[in-house]
Design a protein around this ligand. Sequence first.
Ligand code: IMP
Length: 430
Amino acid sequence: MPAQVVVGTQWGDEGKAKIVDFLAENADAVVRFNGGANAGHTVAVGNEQFIFHLVPSGILRSRAMCILSGGVVVELEQLCAEVAELLERKIVVDENLLISENCHVVMPYHKALDIARNKRADSIGTTARGIGPVYSDKHAYMGIRVGDLLDRKGLLEKIRAALSEKNIVFDQIYHIPPFDPEQVVAELEPYIEKIKPFVANTSLLINKLLDEGKTVLFEGAQGAMLDINHGTYPFVTSSHPIGGGVCVGAGIGPQRIEKILGVVKAYITRVGNGPMPTELEDETGEYLRTKGGEFGATTGRPRRCGWFDCLVAKHAKRLNGLTEIAITKLDVLDELENIKICQAYSYRGETLTELPVQADVLSECEPILTELPGWQEDLSEITSYSDLPEKAKSYVSSLEETVGCPVTFIGVGPKRSQVILAPQPGVGAS
Ligand code: IMP
């Protein structure tokens, strides 16, 4: 199974890193293909917790080469801080980390612009990591790539050109001090020296690994509902967190991909603004937030919580061509007497069974909910599918049926060990 993809099927924060870390044990490489430090991927090993924003979650498995491919946007200071922390914690980071020369670099002025825009009343509520501004510059042919960092004179010219427009915006629209191009370069200097040994043509390398039959795991950041084309625009991120994003971001052909695993949280969460039909603004929502630790790993913002939304899941299945799903955080539902799932929406008197793509339509949709009995038992110590309570099995089967592809993993806690392998091919067959 050479090319395997792990993607989020909701609004991000599905628990992808835990699944990536699990699968990375048998992977030769783990590749990030989209997004940047807006991601916050948490892996718990024993009593230790690691939060990755840029470094691929496979770094804890010494066998895997970890690659930031060209679709990723890199904040140098953050990357260097993550590497330094890993080294301090005795995790090997040397020739096992590579950064594409095509990655665009998040500059301090991108972050400043993101922060300034977030203060506007009509802000979508970003993670303030400069993601929208860096991808905008990329598409406006004004970006700075990792490869550009190695030629200091050319770099200064490129930054000067990019700032010639932005400094006017900073001064006249946001009333913040302009950036001095020479100072920007000087501040990047120490980080450039640190990342230099990791820079490579990663598309070439990834294709070579695949040609040799090696297992390459592609780690998605964010989730399908945040895709710039297919998400709830404009409440989205600037990249493609879906299967197709792998080809574009990592530079591989679509025929290479054999398995696309969608990570599905047992309920649903969202951070930032935008419609979310099954959102619970009551004590059940509060219960999910507290029990599930639903606070952003990047920003600390409380996540909005709600019931599982089948329309979102089906949308993600279609966009990604999912071949299997992993259900995470099933244990968070342990104490609930009843659990609801949304099978359809009511929109202006009509019943919708497919997700409407317009954010303003979605914001008027009311969920039509089906109730299932809760199991009210502690799942966190269960290691085998057959030991799950029957009501938990029924809930899992309902999600499997809805999404229409087999469940292969069930997460019952944050630790690496808290994963149940579902009987193949999916629980419905058991
Ligand atoms: P940006 O990616 O920082 O520009 O933020 C755009 C939208 O995507 C905001 O609603 C963010 O909260 C959301 N977002 C970005 N990255 C993540 C993530 O890793 N998890 C969840 N939401 C995210």
